[in-house]
Design a binder for this molecule. Sequence first.
Ligand code: PLP
Length: 369
Amino acid sequence: MIYFDHNATTPLDNRVLEAMLPFLSTFYGNPSSLYRQGRLVRSAIDNAREQIATLVDAPASQIIFTSGGTEANNLALATLVPHGKLAISSTEHPSISECAVSLQKKNIKLSHINVDSQGLINKATLDQLIIDQADLVSIMLANNETGVIQDLTTITQQLRANNVKVHTDAVQALGKIPVSFKQLAVHLMSLSSHKIYGPKGCGALIYEKGLKINPILIGGGQEHEHRAGTENVAAIVGFGKAAELAKTELFERSAQLLSLRLQLEVELKTIPNLSIFAEDSERLPNTVLFGMPEIDGEMLLMKLDQKGYAISSGSACASGGKEPSPALIAMGVESTLAKSAIRISLGIGNTQKEISNFIQLLKVLVYQA
Ligand code: PLP
């Protein structure tokens, strides 16, 4: 299989697996137990917290481990309950957009922030949010489908100056570009382990000191009473190790990914009528979303699958559905072109040869269609 779907998930790094294994066998103690094995397991969790804190330049004490990015996003938005005004960008992952809609039943007022044709936040709508006195704004740092990176530092400065709290979903940015909680100056940030070669089912919410967290899971003192339940120790240790590796290898990884992405884009552009979405925006070094009018994206993906390529049409949750991606529609992309969208998300195991072979095959399939 040629795997081109790293924004859906990444393979587990062997070094991460090695770090996890003792916590799936020998060290099975409960981290809340006071005897020696419990304490040892507790210190492994603390170490993972430090590793993640180092990667994102945040205080370790402000990190809450969760079951993944989805839970972190839900927990972030729950800080608004019992009432408040929430604004989200119109290209958010469903773990924000659908959660936000469900919060409307709980006295939360919701509005959407438009993006332009390049997927970037429209500055005028930001001003409107300030006028409307939003309490919390959620803007993803990098989009899972287009890879578009927002200029969040500038946005946060403006919102902070007007007492608006900011959450960012940094799930896709993590491990691909430098992410600094301190520099972005956000109040809340969500992360996920399985997008950075760590295990699935583990993530984190980072919060600014003093911000009140409303726990979703109640019934235990874990995570400073912010998230009850016995910790998923092996996964947390794996997430920590994946974060450590992402920190030490970040520049090498992103340079390698960018050179592959550029190779891919140059070759894609030789196909007539092909458009790369948000081409003019700063994008993740690993992500290309493209479309071709007259081409049925789902059909093409099925043919590529038969030839051994794992590629998605957009976000993992949206693929398989007939509806065009809401992110592309928000960018004003015409519906048939949006339905043809194919996302290639590269990873550190991909090679130049895989890309040139893919392009050769793609051309054959497109010209046959
Ligand atoms: N946010 C973004 C931008 C994502 O791409 C994803 C996963 O695809 C999530 C959140 C959810 O993360 P998890 O799978 O860890 O729940």
